[in-house]
Design a protein around this ligand. Structure first.
Ligand code: UT7
Length: 355
């Protein structure tokens, strides 16, 4: 039997690169983070101007009654023309630091979750750091309505991994800059605001395992209508955020309760152990459908901030949390299930200890 295997051809030139040998066998020092992390304080900023449904309905041939019935929204806050994402973040951040009893100089990293900072670059977070008089690590993440829950997960890992002792998490949106007020499908749904949380070391677990994921095949269900590069040098309209409402509605109603249930299971608790349910404030009917699917006991308080705040994307969960704490609806030290979901499509859920 003849051997048909061919030897590889010999190198023909002497320029074939060879990787250099590593210098030694040194072992890196491991980061020494805290054993556990938790949220120590939350803060919120709601812009001054209240915009009731009646102010929007004429342009979209709608009614206050339709918007209330289909979404649960009664009014929303709208930022002033010259009020920026960084301005709103600063207000929320200062309140969260104050509540947490942490000084800005103790913050090792800032994560800003937003999809409405109007600069492609730089990020909002370094500007916020400068406002707070610090020069810590600072970056933005784009995970839309799941952004805050994504950032809480990152902050938890960063505190435990030792890359920061305290992390300032911001969820902020100025959606009024990216809303088409002539679009029937979205003009009434969005609002502006900022929420903040200070995440730091803890003796006991304060942030449960995060269940998160994405379904990028559905990216067009909520998106900026055109990329910046397509509107450059053309007379296309401002690329506001568009939404296939029903598609997102169905995905949220059927897909998100199982995600929330997994977060409960992974946290090692049962639904009866919860002291609060704080879902993304997308639509009151989605909230009600999730309560039903989860079989949430009727005595567990549920965030319904959407009525007066509308859908503020990354800001919605921290704004709703701050309201529930301020209105004394939920106990400090209790357990809250929080879940964010939206453009991407992306989602994240975790159980947290209420600050
Ligand atoms: O934050 C990110 C995640 N976002 C969400 O989760 C949003 C999910 N989607 C929703 O919340 C809902 O889809 C909306 C609130 C946006 C819309 O509610 P809907 O019940 O899904 O409305 P629809 O699009 O199915 O429209 C129902 C009817 C239609 O009329 P016909 O065909 O039944 O006669 C629409 O033409 O309502 C009509 N309609 C309106 N009527 C008055 C649609 N938009 C409006 C409007 N005002 N603005």
């Amino acid at each position: 039997m003849s051997d048909t295997t061919q030897a590889p051809p010999a190198p023909t030139t002497s320029t074939t690169p060879t990787a250099p040998k590593a210098k030694g066998t040194g072992t890196l020092a491991a980061g020494d983070g805290a054993r556990h992390a938790r949220i120590w304080g939350v803060g919120a900023y709601r812009p001054e101007r209240v915009v009731p449904n009646t102010e929007l309905v004429e342009r979209i041939d709608s009614s206050d009654q339709w918007i209330r019935e289909r979404s649960g929204i009664i009014s929303r806050r709208m930022a002033a023309k010259d009020e920026t994402v960084v301005d709103m973040s600063e207000h929320a951040a200062r309140q969260a630091l104050d509540v947490a009893g942490v000084t800005a100089s103790q913050i090792g990293a800032i994560i800003t979750a937003t999809v409405t900072h109007p600069y492609q670059t730089p990020a909002a977070a370094p500007m916020l750091a400068d406002r707070l008089g610090i020069q810590c690590a600072a970056f933005d993440i784009s995970a839309a309505c799941a952004g805050y829950c994504y950032a809480i997960s990152l902050a938890n890992d960063m505190v435990r991994g030792g890359s920061a002792e305290y992390v300032l998490v911001i969820g902020v949106e100025k959606l009024s800059d990216f809303t088409d007020y002539d679009d029937r499908g979205s003009a009434f749904i969005f609002g502006d605001g900022a929420g903040a949380a200070v995440v730091g070391p803890s003796d006991t677990p304060g942030i449960g395992p995060t269940i998160w994921g994405s379904d990028g095949a559905q990216w067009q269900a909520i998106s900026q209508r055109e990329p910046w590069t397509d509107i450059r040098d053309t007379d296309k309209k401002w690329p506001a955020i568009g939404m296939a409402g029903q598609t997102v509605f169905r995905w949220a109603v059927w897909g998100m309760a199982p995600v929330a249930q997994q977060a409960i299971d992974k946290a090692g608790i049962t639904i009866n152990d919860l002291d609060a349910f704080i879902p993304h404030q997308a639509n009151m009917r989605i909230i009600d459908a999730m309560i039903k699917q989860l079989k949430l006991p009727a005595d567990i308080p549920v965030a319904r901030d959407i009525a007066e705040t509308a859908n503020t994307s990354a800001a919605s969960v921290p704004l709703a949390t701050e309201r529930m704490i301020r209105e004394k609806q939920i106990p400090s030290g209790g357990l809250a299930l929080q879940i964010g979901f939206g453009a991407g499509l992306v989602y994240a859920a975790q159980v947290i200890v209420i600050p």
